[in-house]
Design a protein around this ligand. Structure first.
Ligand SMILES: Nc1ncnc2c1ncn2[C@@H]1O[C@H](COP(=O)(O)OP(=O)(O)O)[C@@H](O)[C@H]1O
Ligand SMILES: [Mg+2]
Length: 362
């Protein structure tokens, strides 16, 4: 297994800069996810690491070896794609053994490796079946096995779960995580699904329009999004954003937007006092409390309820501004009802209105 270092990687297609000055260090044995919306350059980055695309600029290293211009074969990265094409005319055993056969591995070693991988992935009883005789999840496990059977330098996975139905995606996700922990493989995983990234990763690299936005642990990404883009991308339901002029009134932080609201907490007070002016304030749905009846808090009106089991998502308005809260399912609310809205102290995030950059207490 190798450490992967990416330095100022750029990939230009005719008129599109698919990857723009990307630098990342992926420690040996860690699980790193490239996350971002469709078209942000995730796959292109992965293909540059694998050697399937040539970089326009920048360098890639596996440990201390510069691989930027090496052929895919000499880099020895194992790839798993979204449409995990298996050889349809070969059974599972031969599909698994294929890469070893190409490398002229001995029969006895091949047999042993196939057994080992089949055992790890629970494929022992399927070895004689053809891909058409397998379920989607089983096929995906064979595709993983084909990658795992080689002692590759790094595992690259491009949205390997997106063709599976919800339950299977959930189970296979757990399986991938377990395997990676067990085998200690350096893994770079691509997805547009923020939940998948949160669950699987040691660190998440969030990209937008070819540029790296933040590279940090799932917890850090969630708790301290580096900018408004990350704040809006991580978390479901997404963060609420309120625009306004930020200032101090009666020693409290006040945001004057469509509605005027007091923002509780010491951090808000200090930022308002130090800086003030135009900001975007963000608060996650789970940090909003709604009390039935209009007494106490900021007056709001319930619009729509979406029960999702343990919690209910509530669309409501303050002075006509739409917001979303996530409240315990036991909270009794009705559409059209007046509510008192309050915010948990020190749970607001602040962003520069122009650049979108996070604003912290000085
Ligand atoms: N071979 C190509 N030729 C031209 N443009 C491409 C090519 N491959 C990708 N792109 C463009 O590069 C950008 C990033 O694509 P991609 O890396 O596939 O994004 P993602 O995997 O994040 O969805 C997109 O705008 C895409 O249209
Ligand atoms: Mg892609």
């Amino acid at each position: 297994m190798a450490r992967v270092t990416i330095e100022h990687l750029t990939k230009q297609f005719k008129d599109v800069k698919a990857v723009d000055d990307l630098s990342l260090e992926i420690p040996e044995g860690s699980f790193v996810t490239l996350l971002g919306p469709s078209g942000c350059g995730k796959s292109t980055t992965l293909y540059c690491i694998a050697g399937l695309e040539d970089a326009t600029g920048g360098e890639i290293y596996f440990d201390d070896v510069r691989v930027t211009e090496l052929s895919p074969k000499d880099r020895d990265a194992a790839l798993v794609f979204q449409d995990y094409a298996l050889y349809p005319h070969m059974n599972v055993q031969d599909n698994l053994a294929f890469a070893l056969k190409m490398r002229r591995t001995s029969k006895s070693e091949t047999k042993q490796r196939v057994q080992q991988v089949a055992e790890v992935l629970g494929l022992e009883r399927l070895l004689q079946r053809r891909p058409s005789q397998l379920s989607g999840g089983q096929r995906q496990r064979v595709a993983l096995g084909r990658a795992l059977i080689r002692d590759a330098n790094v595992f690259l996975m491009d949205e390997p779960l997106s063709n599976l139905d919800a339950l299977l995606r959930f189970n296979t996700r757990t399986e991938i995580k377990r395997l990676q922990r067990e085998l200690g493989t350096t893994t770079i995983f691509v997805t547009h699904d923020q939940e998948e990234a949160m669950v699987l990763s040691d660190r998440i690299a969030i990209m937008s329009e070819g540029k790296l936005q933040q590279y940090s642990s799932p917890k850090e990404t969630y708790n301290r999004p580096a900018n408004r883009f990350v704040a809006g991308f991580i978390g479901s339901p997404r963060m609420n954003f309120l625009d306004g002029e930020f200032g101090i009134e009666n020693e409290a932080a006040i945001l004057r937007g469509r509605a005027t609201i007091e923002i509780p907490g010491e951090a808000a007070r200090r930022i308002a006092a130090d800086r003030g002016g135009a900001v975007v304030a963000g608060v996650r749905p789970e940090h909003i409390r709604l009390s039935p009846g209009a007494s106490g808090g900021i007056p709001g009106v319930v619009e729509l309820l979406e029960p999702v089991g343990p919690v209910t998502y509530v669309d409501f308005t303050i002075a006509g501004s739409p917001l979303r809260a996530s409240v315990p399912a036991s909270t009794m609310l009705e559409p059209g009802e007046s509510v008192g809205v309050s915010f948990e102290p020190d749970q607001f995030h602040f962003f520069d209105k122009v650049t979108g950059a996070r604003i912290d207490v000085a």
